[in-house]
Design a protein around this ligand. Structure first.
Ligand SMILES: Nc1ncnc2c1ncn2[C@@H]1O[C@H](COP(=O)(O)OP(=O)(O)O)[C@@H](O)[C@H]1O
Ligand SMILES: [Mg+2]
Length: 364
């Protein structure tokens, strides 16, 4: 998603359908959005019976978009609404989903990314982003060229975790196209939807829109040559995540879980989700596996011991290791310098995890 598309999406979020009072984006009326060579095109999906009454809304959307920077021409068209193709149980036929990643024809950047890996969790708050960022930095310290794509549109955290809060992405000319320039931080390249939007407010996008935005963001970034691109996926195992996995087609997936039984039941769902679309699990990471008491020095298994390790064995998928519940991990994340970038005990834990990951990848 280009900067202008992100800005357009945000602007359209202020255009209301007077009949319902809802904005046209959250009401699910935005069918497509595309910006190319200064021309911004938007498609609004509406009930054909209401087409006439909808003209003022179309006009208002057009006027709103005309006010954006870098936009020379705007067309907003109305299209009769058809139900969006269902992503999930039955995979949509290739090319049928209008929001599917459109890898640009002849895109020279293709093939420059050797291994795309999705970091996923069934729930938010288990430390998915923390693990994704630290693994990315640890891989870079081992000499790999690494990119991190923060695809968690509803809660982008790379800006904070990498110390890039408030930065705004720019585009540059590459491979005969305008591509978004990623940011360098702690030895990796990073892109986040958080670098493309204007403020910190939550972004409410429909499933297919989210999918389209992320896969476009993936292909519209000037990553250069990468050994690994780590994708911090939106949490969950629903249709949106499944569709995204199909769009991005990572070489492998990493599932982050905390060790308690309930979380592990979710981790199983995650494993099944990727299996359904033939994406191999490169490993399960157990986060918050042990708490070392700073006073007594003893380890406490607050959420149970070896839960994820045993689960990985049961499921027949690799176990990549565990990260302790450690205040330095939280503090380093909050301060924008990932623990893996330092040289403490925790750093070594992420380095080991990254080594196992490389071994997994080299085997396949
Ligand atoms: N191993 C850990 N030890 C201490 N704090 C952690 C650990 N993992 C994550 N956290 C903290 O927990 C919170 C949620 O983590 P985050 O990575 O944002 O989760 P998610 O991406 O799954 O929503 C953050 O404040 C983070 O710093
Ligand atoms: Mg997160």
């Amino acid at each position: 998603m280009s900067y202008s598309e992100a800005a357009a999406l945000k602007a359209l979020g202020d255009v209301r359908d007077p009949r319902t009072g809802r904005d046209i984006v959250s009401a699910g009326m935005l069918g497509d959005l595309d910006f190319k060579d200064g021309i911004l095109r938007a498609v609004l999906l509406i009930d054909p019976a209401l087409a006439n009454g909808f003209e003022p809304v179309r006009k208002s959307a057009e006027d709103t978009l005309k006010g954006l920077d870098d936009v020379d021409k705007v067309t907003v068209i109305l299209t009769a609404h058809k139900a969006a193709p269902k992503v999930g149980k039955t995979a949509p036929a290739k090319g049928k989903n209008p929001h599917q990643a459109r890898r640009p024809e002849g895109y020279q950047g293709d093939g420059q990314i050797t291994t795309v890996l999705a970091v996923s969790s069934a729930k938010g708050g288990v430390g998915k982003s923390t693990i994704a960022v630290n693994l990315a930095v640890a891989l870079a310290k081992l000499g790999k060229a690494v990119g991190l794509l923060d695809a968690d549109i509803h809660g982008p955290s790379a800006p904070i975790l990498l110390g890039l809060k408030g930065v705004r992405a720019h585009t540059e000319e590459a491979f005969g196209r305008r591509l978004i320039k990623p940011f360098d931080a702690h030895g990796i390249k990073a892109m986040s939807i958080g670098f493309l939007t204007e403020d910190d407010g939550p972004i409410i996008w429909r499933g297919p829109m989210v999918q389209g935005a992320i896969s476009k963001m993936l292909w519209d970034v000037n990553w250069g040559k990468l050994d690994y691109l780590i994708i911090d996926m939106p949490p969950g195992t629903g249709d949106a995540q499944l569709g995204l996995a199909q769009d991005i087609k990572p070489k492998g997936a990493i599932i982050v879980s905390t060790p308690q039984d309930l979380a592990l039941a979710d981790a199983r769902k995650g494993v099944r989700m990727f299996e359904r679309v033939d994406i191999p699990i490169f490993g399960i990471v157990e986060n918050m596996s042990i708490y070392i008491c700073p006073d007594c020095g003893n380890g406490h298994y607050i959420f149970g011991k070896d839960g994820a390790k045993n689960e990985a064995n049961k499921l027949g998928v690799p176990y990549l290791g565990g990260a302790p519940l450690d205040i330095s991990i939280r503090e380093s994340g909050d301060s924008g310098t990932p623990a893996a970038a330092g040289d403490g005990v925790v750093t070594e834990i992420f380095t080991k995890m990254a080594r196992k990951l490389i071994a997994q990848n080299d085997e396949r």
